[in-house]
Design a protein around this ligand. Structure first.
Ligand SMILES: *[C@@H]1O[C@H](CO)[C@@H](O)[C@H](O)[C@H]1NC(C)=O
Ligand SMILES: *[C@@H]1O[C@H](CO)[C@@H](O)[C@H](O)[C@H]1NC(C)=O
Ligand SMILES: *[C@@H]1O[C@H](CO)[C@@H](O)[C@H](O)[C@H]1NC(C)=O
Ligand SMILES: *[C@@H]1O[C@H](CO)[C@@H](O)[C@H](O)[C@H]1NC(C)=O
Ligand SMILES: *[C@@H]1O[C@H](CO)[C@@H](O)[C@H](O)[C@H]1NC(C)=O
Ligand SMILES: *[C@@H]1O[C@H](CO)[C@@H](O)[C@H](O)[C@H]1NC(C)=O
Ligand SMILES: CC(=O)N[C@H]1CO[C@H](CO)[C@@H](O)[C@@H]1O
Length: 884
């Protein structure tokens, strides 16, 4: 979503620039390339037919049936941006019936714009742990903090962008450039958060792989991500399916378009894929200020408009609220659609138990003072207490530090340069070793890269309560450490002794396009994959003088390391990713060998940026009309592309070293559900029933302003003037004017898709087909350590589908194994893991149905697969040559 204050400003500026450029020349859209179609899909499938939601829907329909029209439309829309009350998004209420305003708050890594909260490590850092238990524990802690602040809806986690473009600005908010890593990390996060009674929001649906040109404005549509059906199912939609299967309460659409149609009003995407095929039962909200139509977005399946305004905010206008009341009275939006919208929202509220003892918000997104404007955007606003300074941190620093520590990814360690001895002579270079001298929160929305880089910028941030920086933790262990707080090699520098070890900190930042930082407009469009502040040159200079150099990167994503990686003095390279508030001790514990590093790369690091094709390596630049971002690489992103094309990366997806070594012993494979002969999943069951309400247009009186109501200026309401309400009602009941419905609009329900049937799709897709078990031994003799077990599938040869050579399907991490110690680890492969999306059948097909050997490869990285198990023979082998 757009950030606190920058979003609106940036949007307005963007409009002005585009306008003065050439308003008359701009055509509405450049053509979407041939073959990409946003097909109509109507009507919106109502929610409530899945068993696990039945109780919530029963309660919801009892409440909704008592609501007036204005109460219903009040709940589906926000009250307006910066209206206080007090979150980044706030719905209207139906107070008469005890339904409160809902508070929706950023960010994916902790409570944004609030005091006394934990700044957790970012998604990309969390993904790098490859540790399910830890990912879940972080979700629990995040959920506790959102609850403690009285929030209803957590605006996370993010799995879109998926991370196909290394330069993309918001990849760091998600968990890594692989659908399964994203899917499992996001669903464990959702589980942890929702168990605390907070509605989680999976975002952004879909194709938001770059920041530039993502937004619609009156002069230019947002870019169109053109994605074919199979690629959408097997890559970009996969994590959404998994998280819907987990029971997520909310989905946020993306700013951009897919196949030419804006995601917030894309009927095929929302009605077809999300609500029918994936059986999503919660509610769908727009991203902030991306709502561009009233009737059409409702018909397309959108349920909530955030933050309520039209896409030019602060004029007191909304496409919904009073307009939605009008659209129902005048018959353009069927009453049943509105009832479904409200019921979905109210059902999610009941499902998460928010009708019982849910705290009310006790903080303000708009100020850190105790008292503030109650309606900041209203100008003439009463003042009152807005912050109660509730400390929600508990002991969450422990899980935050554990994630930061277990994410640290040791890429290179030549000659066992690491760990360091406490008697080492250390010279530290780079401003990132120390917290920003102006304070860790000095820049609004972290829109600067100064000092330790613990998170990217934009709406996906939280305020640091403190930032434990690396230099403090290093000096605690080696007080004699010399620190050169500079990103340029000092012009006068005495020749170091051969015993001196240099540690060089470098960074690379990115964020949301509401801010431009050092020429980077959200995406890394200016810095590209080089370290910021000439960090690569700093490393080279240090490497000239010192005989032992350790490079530490705080980074949003991959960097090109080639200009210094192979210099003889560069002994070790570590990625801290984005460590959040616990950047110091977590690192020092690893540097000094108290723990072995155990993080693994959640993306590949190539030798050159153009080792990837143009559609991955480059951002789409300006075009008159709609920018077209066509996914011509299909399934082949990250390691899938590199493997197919025989391009050796510098470091492959999943790579990460330890101070010790591990062996995989006694692998076994067990068939759990026999899928022989079952090309497609068993036929789905019929949909359960959904709530029924009267379909009659409600009387105009239900939407008329109450007498003497004291309106707040620019606050968005759901009422109409008496004349307007009566006029609309007359249109609706006499049919005197007809709404021009979108092409393909229909009120006849479509047949239930064969690939659906439960939350996330056909329930049989989650049947476990095989379990693979292996004993992992710490084969070193000195250090304890945690091992990552990654399971990749290789499809049978000769099947009629081209598939990537290997694809991650499951992962587990061992507990800390003492030298010589071992642990049994089991990974699981479901029917879906062994299937491909068949675009003709519109179903998941299991090409091994008539035999055919799947190989399940196990290893510590995508290029270290030395153990193989075969589904046809049920046998396993170790010491194999990896397939890539
Ligand atoms: C995009 O277009 C392709 C090709 O026509 C189609 O298969 C796919 O379903 C479309 N996706 C969406 C979300 O409309
Ligand atoms: C809509 O919500 C606002 C904010 O909570 C409230 O003041 C107003 O009374 C609500 N309208 C209706 C019809 O309940
Ligand atoms: C603030 O938080 C506390 C504790 O979570 C909660 O009990 C309370 O209702 C919240 N609201 C206010 C206004 O204090
Ligand atoms: C009904 O109201 C909506 C919202 O103002 C408007 O877009 C639509 O065109 C109206 N329909 C008719 C038939 O007038
Ligand atoms: C490791 O260091 C040794 C000696 O400094 C050098 O000969 C060797 O090439 C290095 N290996 C790598 C992989 O950098
Ligand atoms: C370097 O370390 C060795 C072994 O610890 C020591 O004998 C030697 O004096 C040190 N040299 C310098 C220049 O400090
Ligand atoms: C315990 C704690 O961190 N309390 C802080 C909560 O926020 C207020 C305002 O920022 C601080 O003054 C407290 O120290």
């Amino acid at each position: 979503m757009a950030s606190r204050t920058g979003g609106a400003a940036a949007l307005v500026l963007g409009v002005l620039t585009a306008g003065s450029l050439a308003a008359s020349v701009v055509t509405p859209r450049d053509p979407v390339p041939a073959g990409y179609v946003a097909a109509p899909y109507y009507p919106a499938p109502p929610g409530g037919w899945v068993d696990s939601w039945e109780e919530a829907y029963t309660k919801a329909s009892a409440l909704v049936s008592q609501m007036t029209l204005a109460e219903k439309t009040n709940i589906t829309s926000g009250i307006g941006i910066f209206m206080g009350k007090p979150c980044v998004g706030n719905t209207g209420s139906a107070e008469r019936l005890g339904f409160p305003r809902l508070c929706l708050q950023d960010s994916a890594l902790g409570v944004a714009s609030a005091d006394n909260v934990t700044a957790f490590p970012a998604g990309i850092t969390t993904g790098a742990t490859f540790d399910k238990a830890l990912i879940y524990a972080r979700g629990v802690a995040i959920g506790e903090e959102f609850r403690g602040k009285g929030i209803n809806v957590y605006l996370g986690p993010s799995v879109g962008p998926l991370g196909k473009k290394p330069l993309g600005g918001r990849n760091w908010e998600g968990f890594g450039s692989d659908p399964v890593l994203q899917a499992k990390a996001a669903s464990l996060t959702v589980k942890g958060v929702q168990e605390q009674g907070i509605i989680a929001t999976i975002k952004h649906l879909i194709g938001n792989e770059q920041e530039m040109y993502r937004m619609y404005n009156p002069f230019q549509p947002g870019y169109s991500a053109n994605i074919d059906d199979r690629t959408l199912h097997e890559l970009y939609l996969w994590p959404f399916a998994e998280v819907v299967h987990q029971g997520v309460g909310a989905v946020m659409t993306a700013y951009n378009a897919v196949n030419g149609s804006a995601c917030s009003q894309h009927s095929y995407l929302i009605n077809g894929l999300l609500k029918d095929e994936l059986g999503f039962q919660g509610f769908v909200m727009s991203d902030w200020l991306s709502h561009i139509s009233g009737v059409d977005s409702a018909l397309a399946g959108l349920d909530m408009n955030m933050p309520g305004d039209t896409n030019i905010p602060l004029f007191g206008f909304s496409n919904w609220h009073y307009e939605l009341s009008r659209s129902v009275l005048n018959g353009s939006v069927p009453v049943g659609r509105l009832n479904d919208m409200v019921t979905r929202i109210v059902a999610a509220w009941y499902k998460l138990g928010q009708d019982k003892d849910h705290p009310t918000p006790n903080f303000s997104s708009n100020t850190r003072d105790r008292n503030g404007l109650l309606y900041p955007a209203a100008l003439l606003s009463p003042i009152g207490q807005v912050n109660w300074f509730v400390n929600v941190q508990a002991d969450h620093y422990i899980v935050a530090r554990q994630v930061a520590q277990d994410a640290i990814t040791l890429l290179k360690n030549n000659g066992s340069a690491l760990p360091l001895s406490p008697s080492a002579s250390l010279h530290v270079f780079g401003t990132a070793a120390q917290v920003n001298p102006d304070g860790p929160n000095a820049c609004m929305n972290r829109a600067c890269n100064k000092g330790t880089l613990g998170m990217g910028w934009g709406s996906g941030v939280a305020d640091y309560p403190y930032l434990d920086d690396p230099i403090t933790a290093i000096k605690k262990r080696v007080p004699s450490t010399q620190f050169f707080n500079t990103d340029s090699f000092p012009w006068f520098h005495p020749t170091p002794s051969p015993n001196d070890t240099a540690i060089v900190f470098i960074t690379s930042d990115a964020g949301e396009n509401s801010f431009t930082v050092e020429g980077n407009n959200g995406d890394r469009n200016s810095a590209k994959l080089a370290a910021w502040h000439n960090g690569d040159e700093l490393v080279r200079k240090v490497a000239e003088k010192y005989s032992s150099v350790i490079v530490i990167a705080q980074t949003v994503g991959p960097l090109i390391l080639e200009s210094w990686h192979d210099l003889p003095s560069v002994k070790a390279v570590l990625f801290q990713h984005l460590p959040g508030q616990e950047a110091g001790e977590s690192l020092a514990e690893v540097l000094f060998g108290n723990v072995s590093p155990s993080g693994h790369l959640p993306y590949s690091i190539t030798k050159r940026a153009d080792d990837f094709p143009d559609s991955i390596a480059n951002l789409r630049g300006f075009a008159f009309g709609q920018v077209q971002d066509t996914y011509s690489e299909g399934l082949y992103i990250d390691y899938r592309y590199l493997n197919k094309n025989g391009v050796k990366p510098r470091y492959a997806f999943g790579h990460g070293l330890s101070y010790t070594s591990f062996s995989f012993e006694n692998p076994t494979i067990k068939s759990v559900t026999d899928l022989t002969g079952a090309l497609v999943p068993p036929a789905r069951g019929p949909k359960g029933s959904t709530p029924t309400y009267s379909t009659a247009i409600p009387p105009a009186s239900e939407a008329i302003w109450p007498a003497g109501f004291n309106r707040i200026w620019r606050y968005l309401y759901s009422w109409l003037n008496e004349g307007e309400a009566k006029e609309a009602y007359a249109v609706g009941t006499t049919g005197s004017k007809k709404y021009v419905y979108p092409v393909g609009y229909s009120t006849t329900p479509k047949p239930a898709p064969a690939s659906g049937g439960g939350e996330g799709g056909n329930p049989a897709l989650w049947d476990v087909a095989y379990e693979v078990t292996v004993t992992v031994r710490n084969s070193g003799d000195k250090f304890a350590g945690k091992a990552s077990v990654q399971a990749y599938v290789q499809f049978p040869e000769g099947i009629p589908y081209e598939t990537p050579i290997v694809q991650l399907r499951d992962f587990e991490k061992t507990s800390e194994l003492a030298a010589g110690g071992s642990e049994e680890v089991t990974v699981r492969l479901t029917r879906k893991d062994l299937s491909v999306w068949d675009v003709e059948l519109q179903n998941w097909v299991f090409p091994g149905a008539n035999g055919g050997r799947y190989t399940i490869w196990l290893g510590e990285a995508s290029d270290k697969l030395f153990t193989a198990c075969y589904t046809d023979t049920g046998k396993c082998e170790t010491g194999k040559t990896p397939p890539v």
